[in-house]
Design a protein around this ligand. Structure first.
Ligand code: AR6
Ligand code: MG
Length: 322
C-alpha cells in the first residue's frame, strides 16, 4: 500500500495544535492520581465542553512566534522579554510559582541570567516549563539534531538553569524532531529513539530516567506502572520521560496516546501537551479529532502561529521530508 507522504509543514501544524489540545484537555485532571480511563475517554472523545489552554501553550506560542520572526534563530534577551510580556499580559494560566516569580522580576528589569540563576536558592528551576514550550525548535526545517538540542538548551536557560530542566528541553525538542522525521504507521524503535535522545542530554540522572522508557513500552505498561517508574510530576526529569512513554506505546493512535498521558495523573496538562506534540509531529493534522479543534479556546491563535512557523518549512530548501 502506498503511504501518503506528509510534508514538514503539515507536521509543524499537527504538532503545535495537538500540543495545545493535550494541554487544554489535560488541564482539568492536573494534580490527580492516575485517573480512570473510562472517565478520560468520555472527556476527550464524547464531551463537547470548551477547553482552555494553560501556560504550556501560551509559552509555546511565544517560542513559535520568536522563531518565525527570527527565521529559526534564538536570541535569549529577546525571548526572555517576550515570555515575561506574555505572562504579564495574561498571568492566570497556571504558571509555576518559580516561573511567576521569575517573570515578575524580569518585568522589574532584573536581567534573566541573574533572576533565573537565583531561583530556588540558587539551584535554578528543575521544572518542566522549559521542556513544555520547546516543540517549535524540533519543528524547524532542516536542522541537525545537535543544533536542535543546542537551540533548545539556549531557550531553556532564560528561565530554567537547573541542568535537568535544560536536559528536559533538549530531549523533548530532539524527540519532536525524531517524531517529525518518522514515517507514520511503521514501527518506531523505542530503544533507538531513547539512545538517540541520550546523546543529547548531559546529566547521568536524566539519561537514566529516559532509559526506563523502552522496557515500559515493550511491556505495554499501564498508567500506574509508568507513573510509578518515571513519575508524573512537574520536574522535567519525570514529565519528559512520561510523555515519551505515552507516545511510544501508541505512536499511531493520537487520541489513545493523549488519553494515556492524561491517565498518568500528576502534571497532566504538560505531559499530555508534550505527548500531543510528538503525536502531531509524526502524524500531522490528520490525527486531530475535529471536536478537539472545535473545543479548543483560542484555536485560531494557535493555528495562526503554527501556520506561520510552518511557512519556514515551506520556504526553506528543506532537506527533511518524511
Ligand atoms: N527545588 C525545589 N523545587 C523546585 C525546583 C528546585 N530547584 N525547581 C522547580 N521546583 P517552576 P515551570 C518545583 O515554578 O517549570 C505549571 O503547572 C517547585 O514546586 O519553575 O515553568 C506548568 O504548566 C515549582 O513551583 O515552573 C508546568 O506544568 C515547580 O517545581 C509546571 O508548572 C515548577 O517549577 C512547571 O512549570
Ligand atoms: Mg502544566
Amino acid at each position: 500500500m502506498l503511504r501518503a507522504r506528509l510534508s514538514w509543514s503539515h507536521r509543524v501544524r499537527g504538532s503545535m495544535v495537538l500540543a495545545a489540545c493535550g494541554d487544554a484537555l489535560g488541564a482539568p485532571f492536573e494534580g490527580r492520581e492516575p485517573a480512570d480511563r473510562a472517565e478520560i475517554d468520555d472527556w476527550i472523545n464524547q464531551s463537547t465542553q470548551l477547553v482552555r489552554f494553560t501556560d504550556d501553550t501560551a509559552s509555546t506560542l511565544v517560542v513559535a512566534d520568536h522563531l518565525t520572526r527570527r527565521r529559526g534563530t534564538v536570541n535569549e534577551d529577546e525571548l526572555a522579554d517576550e515570555l515575561a510580556r506574555e505572562w504579564a499580559r495574561d498571568p492566570e494560566r497556571g504558571y509555576g510559582h518559580g516561573a511567576a516569580q521569575l517573570y515578575a522580576e524580569l518585568a522589574r528589569g532584573v536581567p534573566w541570567r541573574r533572576a533565573a540563576a537565583e531561583l530556588f536558592d540558587g539551584q535554578g528551576s528543575f521544572g518542566n516549563g522549559a521542556a513544555m514550550r520547546v516543540a517549535p525548535i524540533g519543528l524547524l526545517p532542516g536542522l541537525a539534531l545537535d543544533a536542535v538540542a543546542g537551540r533548545a538548551r539556549r531557550t531553556a536557560a532564560v528561565t530554567h538553569q537547573h541542568p535537568q530542566a535544560v536536559d528536559g528541553a533538549a530531549a523533548q525538542a530532539v524527540a519532536t524532531a525524531l517524531a517529525a522525521l518518522s514515517v507514520q504507521d511503521t514501527p518506531l524503535d523505542a530503544e533507538w529513539m531513547v539512545a538517540t535522545l541520550c546523546e543529547h542530554v548531559h546529566t547521568a540522572e536524566f539519561r537514566s530516567a529516559l532509559r526506563r522508557v523502552p522496557a515500559l513500552v515493550a511491556q505495554g505498561a499501564h498508567t500506574t506502572d509508568v507513573a510509578g517508574a518515571v513519575g508524573n510530576g512537574v520536574a522535567a526529569i519525570q514529565a519528559v520521560p512520561a510523555a515519551l512513554a505515552a507516545f511510544l506505546r501508541q505512536p499511531d493512535d493520537t487520541p489513545a496516546a493523549v488519553g494515556f498521558a492524561i491517565g498518568l495523573g500528576g502534571d497532566t496538562d504538560t505531559i499530555a501537551s508534550m505527548t500531543g506534540a510528538l503525536c502531531g509531529a509524526r502524524r500531522a493534522e490528520k490525527d486531530l479529532p475535529v471536536m478537539w479543534g472545535l473545543r479548543l479556546e483560542g484555536a485560531a491563535r494557535v493555528w495562526t502561529a503554527a501556520s506561520a512557523l510552518a511557512e519556514l518549512a515551506a520556504t526553506a530548501a528543506g532537506t527533511r521530508r518524511g
